[in-house]
Design a protein around this ligand. Structure first.
Ligand code: AHG
Ligand code: MN
Ligand code: MN
Length: 334
């Protein structure tokens, strides 16, 4: 193999073909790479430029929006305004999709995104991410998202960017998972690992233990088992960083499981947890399965779930095959 670094665009144009035309994928991913580079540069200087703190708005999730949540969302909108063949943006930060009629020429796509994942870490220099999902739009689709409300198995590509010591972009289009590292001098994402395989089992679990009093009994029994230290198979360490993309990336490389379970509130109301199906769970589930791992809502594979709303939440058990299967055996959502 030549010692020339393989850039994201070259890789997309020369890699194993999938159902989506390579030139379409290259056009979409070139735009996502520009967004990732702009966000990476912004985060490096955020503490120097007054970009931290809250925007003062509450987003559609009912959460206090950070200034960087809004800025990263605006970056998606600016970059895809002239981003043929992407005609629609669905975002955690917007109640409704944004549609660009001019980009709707023949085959067109929607990008569904969590522009800034882990934003509770934004003011303490913690790990942050961007999660994206790419779906093909139905010919003659309307301004609503009804044609997008389909199982995650219909995604044509998905991935995430992790803003850590290195900025890395993880991507799959259905033919394996590839990881790229941003070479800042070159201004290019360079292939670091191709066809990454997640270990069949790991040694860590990631969950917000502080919510234990609201877990279903099955979830409590699962964590008691995983921390009982009876033997190697029931001895896990807790690793939880507050950024789904950050916890998932560790699991992709080293194995383990990330859980955000449903909860039973003091008034008896049951929730589906915090994470959103279309732009957090479905893209990460595609990456997990393409790397040989699994993703479930405790009962059903994430990629088999048909959303009823673009902001629908679901419980998530994602990571190594052995841990996700173990979790399901405890019926953690009941
Ligand atoms: P976002 O910042 O996009 O809202 O996502 C945060 C998510 C996920 O990234 C993280 O693992 C989880 O919320 C943390 O939630 P808790 O603070 O409730 O544990
Ligand atoms: Mn998120
Ligand atoms: Mn977010």
């Amino acid at each position: 193999m030549s010692d020339q670094p393989l850039t994201l665009t070259r890789h997309l144009l020369t890699r194993e073909e999938t159902t989506t035309p390579p030139e379409d994928l290259a056009l979409v991913m070139e735009r996502i790479a520009v967004i990732a580079k702009r966000i990476s540069r912004k985060l490096i200087h955020a503490t120097l430029g007054g970009h931290l703190g809250y925007s003062g708005d509450t987003n559609v999730q009912g959460e206090q929006q950070k200034k960087l949540d809004d800025w990263t969302n605006q970056t998606f909108l600016e970059v895809f305004r002239h981003g043929y063949p992407v005609c629609s943006i669905v975002s955690e930060e917007m109640e409704k999709p944004t549609h660009y009629e001019r980009n709707c020429r023949g085959r067109s796509y929607a990008v569904l995104c969590d522009p800034l994942d882990g934003s509770s870490n934004s003011d303490n220099n913690g790990l942050l991410g961007t999660i994206f999902s790419i779906r093909e739009r139905a010919r003659g689709h309307g301004f609503d998202a009804s044609d997008l409300l389909a199982p995650g198995s219909r995604q044509v590509a998905a991935g995430y960017v992790l803003y850590g010591p290195a900025t890395q972009l993880v991507f799959t289009a259905g033919a394996g998972v590839d990881i790229f590292t941003l070479d800042r001098e070159l201004g290019e994402f360079i292939l670091w690992r191709e066809k990454v395989k997640m270990p069949r089992r790991g040694t860590t679990y990631a969950v917000n233990q502080g919510n234990a009093s609201r877990w279903h009994p099955g979830m409590r029994k699962l964590v008691e088992h995983m921390t009982s230290r009876k033997d190697k198979a029931s001895s896990y360490a807790l690793r939880y960083c507050g950024c789904f993309a950050g916890d998932f990336h560790r699991i992709l490389l080293e194995g383990g499981i990330y859980i955000y379970p449903g909860e039973v509130l003091p008034d008896g109301k049951v929730t589906n947890g915090k994470l959103r199906l279309m732009y957090e769970l479905a893209p990460m589930a595609m990456v997990a399965e393409q790397a040989g791992g699994r993703a479930s809502n405790g009962n059903v594979d994430i990629l088999d779930l048909t959303p009823t709303d673009i902001h629908e939440r679901q419980p998530i058990y994602i990571g190594s095959t052995e841990e996700v299967t173990l979790a399901e055996r405890f019926k953690p959502e009941s």
